[in-house]
Design a protein around this ligand. Structure first.
Ligand code: NCD
Length: 326
């Protein structure tokens, strides 16, 4: 297995099965520290740099919290408008990263341009962690989700997945790549063009990802309505279909945005009437109305657990790429 020490975490494509299990092992070691709200000194000589060109609640703060739990330091920006990259100069990724690498020992980057973290990694002497790039990938979120499945179900192999939402989403692409390494069939349920309102974009899995998934022997299907496929699912992973354009640095909400059609919505009634009794429901959050609030207090919901695991997973990844654990 390749060492994680000094490695970038950019994509789950080409992430190998054994490497997933290594990350999950380290996460399990980290779990008691976070659960007991302790801070240790494992990374006391290390600094994390956050470079966020797009808004974030969980990804940035979970990385920061993880760094604090491991005794490290944090610097960075949560809005590139405060930097020369987001003002008149529009300073390039290369020039920005050529500075950031001197300010810390690992950089977590979220960007509205697909491939921006890869570009950063080309120029950086310290590891780059992709915190979401445009409609590209979101590897640390899906590692968090798989860890949540492992902890709640005791296994990953043999479970059937349904993923519902906008298939242009970065989480969906990382998920597809990740499941190529496990015995997990998956069904993608995403809206066709015009399904939400006249002129709404095609939100089904893009052909380029499907071609990749086929090449890596992912066992996947597509369906049109969650009701057709929910009964078989052990894991239901949901993302919004009502959401901003992820290729923009920021978008304000339009007051009259539409509501989520029933085909992409997980209601309490649907779960009670159709879902397996022991299925689990994941959502990386933020949500719109695709999971109504009354689903929170049901036996299916696991998204708060998932959010907690977001800290544990980032502790594991930081410890690994900074060489604190092999
Ligand atoms: C993302 C967000 O906040 O935009 N959520 C997350 O990282 N937990 C959604 C995403 O990038 O998929």
């Amino acid at each position: 297995m390749r060492s994680f020490n000094g490695r970038d975490i950019l994509s789950l494509k080409d992430f190998e099965r054994q490497e997933f299990f290594r990350v999950f092992d380290v996460a399990e070691q980290m779990d008691p520290i976070a659960r007991n709200r302790r801070n240790v000194d494992m990374l006391k000589e290390k600094t994390l740099v956050t470079a966020f060109y797009q808004p974030s609640t969980r990804t940035r703060l979970a990385h920061e919290a993880a760094m604090h739990r491991l005794g490290g330091h944090v610097t960075g920006f949560s809005d590139s408008k405060m930097t020369r990259a987001g003002d008149w100069y529009q300073e390039s990724i290369k020039d920005t990263v050529k500075m950031l690498e001197f300010y810390g020992d690992v950089i977590v980057m979220r960007h509205f341009q697909m491939g921006a973290p890869q570009e950063a990694a080309k120029w950086s002497s310290v590891p780059i962690i992709n915190g979401g790039d445009g409609w590209g990938e979101h590897p640390t979120q899906i590692l968090t989700d798989l860890y949540t499945v492992l902890r709640t179900k005791g296994r990953i192999d043999g479970l059937k997945w349904v993923a519902v939402g906008d298939m242009r989403m970065r989480t969906m692409h990382s998920l597809g790549y990740a499941l190529t390494q496990f015995d997990c069939p998956i069904t993608f349920v995403g809206p066709t063009a015009d399904a939400l309102f006249p002129g709404s974009p095609d939100m089904r899995m893009p052909e380029s990802y499907k071609a990749d998934f086929n090449q890596y022997s992912l066992n996947f299907k597509e369906a049109e309505h969650i009701e057709q496929v929910i009964a078989d699912a052990d894991v239901i992973l949901v993302e919004p279909v009502i959401q901003p354009d992820y290729t923009q640095a920021r978008q304000e909400a339009s007051k009259d945005h539409s509501l989520t059609p029933p085909a992409y919505k997980i209601t309490r009634e649907l779960l009670a009437s159709k879902a397996k009794s022991d299925a689990i429901l994941l959502h990386s959050l933020p949500r719109m109305d695709e999971i109504p609030l009354d689903v929170d207090a049901t036996k299916w919901s696991r998204y708060w657990q998932e959010a907690y695991h977001g800290v544990v997973m980032r502790m594991a990844l930081l410890a690994l790429v900074l060489g604190a654990t092999e």
